[in-house]
Design a protein. Structure first.
Length: 72
């Protein structure tokens, strides 16, 4: 799970993040962290739509190379 400090750093910098949800890269969500609580993160996509995603997903900067999440 992503830490409070990391989410706050993403929010303050306005950096675009990649949310890796599964092995399929097309299912990734790209956007800016807007807010979060204990279980979810709000991410604003380029289309200005806001999506609510689980904190259990991997949140990485768009500049980092994508790695598939560990198999369940």
């Amino acid at each position: 799970m992503v830490s409070e400090e990391q989410l706050d750093a993403y929010r303050q910098s306005g950096e675009t993040v990649r949310v890796v949800r599964d092995e399929i890269e097309a299912n990734d969500v790209l956007g800016i962290v807007v807010a979060w609580d204990e279980t979810a993160v709000l991410v604003r996509k380029r289309s200005r739509r806001v999506v609510k995603l689980s904190r259990s997903y991997r949140y990485i900067p768009i500049s980092e190379e994508r790695m598939s999440p560990p198999s369940v």
